[in-house]
Ligand binder design. Structure first.
Ligand code: CO
Length: 134
């Protein structure tokens, strides 16, 4: 059911500074910062060839990563994202397996324009896992 690792997301307090760190210290290919008002975050992608790092800075009042950054003021790994062939089938399987899907439990369009769901860390060794339609 699980495909490739799409990205590892790191919440950061200052996305410009974080992007510069990857650009300058590693000569990494780093995207521009893009505000994603629907998701309450600003994103930057660091291209690693076979996968990427997604840097996330909170945007707006009700950012879903605000609580995480309050607990981890310097930032930290927020979630991992794994591709699946069929997100609807994956949701049914998670329901059968008793793995909690956060929010409405239904896929919504993620930061890359593809349907995603987030699986609750309480069911997955303390790690928030995003499943994204490949
Ligand atoms: Co993500």
């Amino acid at each position: 059911m699980l495909g490739q690792l799409n990205h590892v997301a790191i919440a950061v307090p200052d996305i410009k500074a974080a992007a510069e760190t990857y650009r300058q210290k590693f000569n990494a290919k780093v995207s521009d910062a893009v505000p994603q008002p629907d998701h309450g975050v600003i994103t930057v992608f660091v291209d690693l060839g076979n996968t990427k790092i997604e840097l996330l800075e909170p945007l707006g009042e009700n950012s879903p990563i605000a609580g995480f950054l309050a607990k981890n003021p310097k930032g930290g790994i927020h979630h991992i994202c794994i591709e699946v062939d069929d997100i609807e089938a994956a949701c049914l399987k998670m329901n059968d397996e008793g793995v909690t899907i956060t929010g409405t439990g239904k896929p919504k369009i993620g930061a890359h324009g593809k349907p995603v769901v987030f699986l609750h860390p309480k069911d997955l060794n303390g790690t928030l896992v995003e499943l994204e339609q490949a």
